[in-house]
Every structure is written in structure tokens, then in C-alpha cells.
Design a protein around this ligand. Structure first.
Ligand SMILES: Nc1nc2c(c(=O)[nH]1)N[C@H]1C(S)=C(S)[C@@H](COP(=O)(O)O)O[C@H]1N2
Ligand SMILES: [Mo]
Length: 199
């Protein structure tokens, strides 16, 4: 029997950071989409934040670009076990988009062009933990990776980072999204290895 010490998860990324349990490091950028890539021109793109009372706050492409931008460098962890370290993005913090939204909601259901959805607690979108990004590695975000814009929530498994994001619905109750309804974990913390329901 091979001797493997507890907590050994294979190679460590070069900068000495740990990998979450069960993950391996990859250097390419796999594409994982549940359906075809929707074509969303910047000219017709719109992002809506919809409060629980139905009030909509919307941004078109020009309005998005006028907001203060951040350049997060983050690690990505996909439930299919690849992790990609030190990815560089450019986009708007959800703190900025939610600043003027009056809400008593505890949950968010994120909607994408093409019909994909994913849910998470609203607090996981706040306090510098999530962005709407439109630029990856110094280039406009490619359509297969979610361009024109995607949600980026790097502290949760990557299925929560909805590509082609269209709306963030704020809710008083928690409504499971696409993968969450199909048996994935409702929360999806990679450090707790919350891959599937019951983990
Ligand atoms: N709209 C949409 N967003 C999505 C998905 C999808 O199928 N549709 N797949 C999710 C999953 S499971 C993963 S792992 C990541 C993959 O992002 P990537 O293709 O840029 O690597 O996007 C997430 N966001
Ligand atoms: Mo995924």
C-alpha cells in the first residue's frame, strides 16, 4: 500500500499556495458550458439587478464601463477537479452594483443569457468577494469563457461564476439554480470539498 500522509493533495502551486482537497493544478483554461455559447453583442447587452419588490436597476455596456474597475488576481477551482492559479481579470465589484439597491434579501439567483442559473447567499457577492468581469488576461473576455461579461466568485466552485450574466435576482428565499437542482452542493466551498448534495 502506498504511504500517503493525511492532507497530501499532490503538487503545490509554485508560489507555495495550497490546493483545495481533491484538486490538481492546470495551466490551460478549460471551457465548461452546459449548452452552446450564446451570442450577446455588447450593443444589446444589459445587466439587471432585480430586488425582491421587482424594482430593476439596469446597466447597458456603456454604463458598465463608466463604473470603477478593479483588477482582481484570483485562483479558480472547478468541481471537475482542476484549479487554475493567479488568473487576472478586470471588472466591477458587486459592492458597486449593489450600493444603491435597497433590499432585505438574503439570497441571489443569478441568470445568464442562454438560460443557465446559479444561486448563492447574497453576502457571498459582497465585501470584495465577487465581480462582473469583462476582461481576462489583458484581453476582452472570449465568448466561450462568458463574454461579454461573466460573474466571478472565486471563493466558491466555478459553476457559481455564471458566464454571460444577464440578471441578479435578489430573493428572500433560496432557489436552487441549474447545477444545484441537478445534485451539486447548494453552497460549493472548495476548501470544504462541497461538490455534491450531502458533501
Ligand atoms: N452561463 C453559464 N455559466 C457557467 C456555466 C454554464 O454552463 N453556463 N458553466 C459553469 C461551470 S460548471 C464552470 S466550471 C465554469 C467554467 O468556466 P470556463 O468555461 O470559463 O472555464 O463556468 C460556469 N458558468
Ligand atoms: Mo464546473
Amino acid at each position: 500500500m502506498p504511504i500517503i500522509s493525511p492532507g497530501f493533495h499532490g503538487r503545490r502551486p509554485a508560489d507555495g499556495k495550497k490546493l483545495p482537497p481533491g484538486q490538481y493544478e492546470t495551466f490551460d483554461f478549460p471551457v465548461l458550458s452546459a449548452g452552446p455559447t450564446p451570442h450577446v453583442p455588447q450593443e444589446t447587452w444589459e445587466l439587471a439587478v432585480i430586488a425582491e419588490d421587482g424594482r430593476r436597476h439596469t446597466w447597458d455596456w456603456a454604463a458598465l464601463l463608466k463604473l470603477p474597475m478593479e483588477t482582481p488576481t484570483v485562483d479558480l477551482h472547478c468541481v471537475t477537479k482542476w484549479s487554475k492559479y493567479d488568473t487576472e481579470w478586470r471588472g466591477v465589484s458587486l459592492d458597486v452594483l449593489l450600493e444603491d439597491v435597497e433590499t432585505a434579501a438574503d439570497f441571489a439567483l443569478v441568470h445568464s443569457y442562454g438560460g443557465y442559473t446559479t444561486n448563492l447567499p447574497l453576502e457571498d457577492l459582497l465585501d470584495g468577494k465577487a465581480w462582473i468581469v469583462h476582461d481576462y488576461d489583458g484581453q476582452e473576455l472570449a465568448p466561450e469563457h462568458g463574454g461579454p461579461a461573466r460573474l466571478l466568485v472565486p471563493h466558491l466552485y466555478l459553476w457559481k461564476s455564471a458566464k454571460w450574466v444577464r440578471a441578479i435576482e435578489l430573493r428572500l428565499d433560496d432557489e436552487p439554480g441549474f447545477w444545484e437542482s441537478a445534485g451539486y452542493h447548494n453552497y460549493g466551498d472548495p476548501w470544504q470539498e462541497q461538490r455534491y448534495r450531502g458533501d
